[in-house]
Design a protein around this ligand. Structure first.
Ligand SMILES: [Zn+2]
Length: 267
């Protein structure tokens, strides 16, 4: 879920925003810290260890065509994108600056915390006026929508725990205009993740049950596409690793997340 918390807290529509568009961040600091301090520590440790051993995936594009000519990552990306049949629904209000390929480090996974399909989610984001959006939304049936180009910064991760800019190596925030964002407190003072990541929202409500196979298979392909597009394997994290207190991704996704982080597939 996206970080509209500060806006939602101010607006009288806080309940509506959570219902429609989840990312149910706990709105109190004490609740956030008591609930997630432990897991956040774990996530941070894993992050550091994984960061120490980056795995550039240029090897992925070493396959050859029938003619024996090495295929470029761009060719792979085009094929994967075509296979996904991504629905494009770009909105100017979701763009917050340029995000060149050299800044790509992370794929941040979210749950929408609502049952509305991708089209409705994108319309809701646009209508909220908060400027929030992820690059992609994956429906339960496996259809994928994109509302922010890969070379643009989207507001999907928002402010993270204090110290996370340094921990995640995302300290330069200068490319992000931060329009529509409001700091939410001393415990979440860092903001750099948006400038270094691609956000993917899965239509899912935490606690509602398992993710459909069609949705997980689409996520596999979408991650493969993003890998091919950049020619590297971005670090995969979920939103609550960036900001403790976020609900997403949900507990039902924990095993899948571990698999994605280990071998980039839900299985
Ligand atoms: Zn989220």
């Amino acid at each position: 879920m996206l970080n509209v918390k500060s806006i939602a807290a101010i607006a009288a529509t806080a309940a509506l925003s959570l219902a429609l568009f989840g990312c149910a961040q706990t709105s109190s600091v004490s609740s956030a810290s008591s609930q997630d301090a432990g897991s956040d520590t774990t996530a941070s440790s894993e992050m550091l260890s994984v960061n120490d051993t980056p795995q550039p995936s240029a090897a992925k594009s070493k396959s050859t065509s029938d003619a024996g000519v090495p295929k470029s990552a761009a060719d792979d990306a085009s094929l994967l994108r075509a296979e996904l049949a991504i629905e494009e629904d770009y909105r100017d209000s979701f763009v917050h600056g340029d995000k060149g390929s050299k800044f790509q480090k992370y794929i941040v996974l979210h749950d929408t915390e609502g049952d509305g399909d991708a089209s409705g989610v994108i319309n809701y984001w646009d209508g909220s006026g908060a400027g929030v959006a992820s690059h992609f939304v994956v429906n339960k049936d496996g259809t994928v929508w994109q509302c922010v180009p890969l070379d643009k910064i989207a507001h999907h991760a928002g402010f993270g725990d204090t110290g996370h800019n340094e921990l995640y190596g995302v300290e330069d925030e200068s490319r992000d205009d931060k329009v529509g964002t409001v700091p939410i407190g001393d415990w979440a003072a860092d903001y750099g993740m948006n400038s270094y990541s691609i956000g993917i929202e899965m239509v899912h409500v935490g606690g509602s049950g398992d993710y459909p196979t069609e949705q997980l298979e689409a996520l596999d392909k979408l991650i493969a596409y993003i890998d091919a597009y950049y020619g590297l394997e971005s670090e995969i994290i979920d939103h609550k690793a960036w900001r403790s207190g976020n609900s997403d991704t949900s507990e039902e996704f924990a095993g899948y997340l571990a698999n994605y982080q280990d071998h980039r597939s839900y299985k």
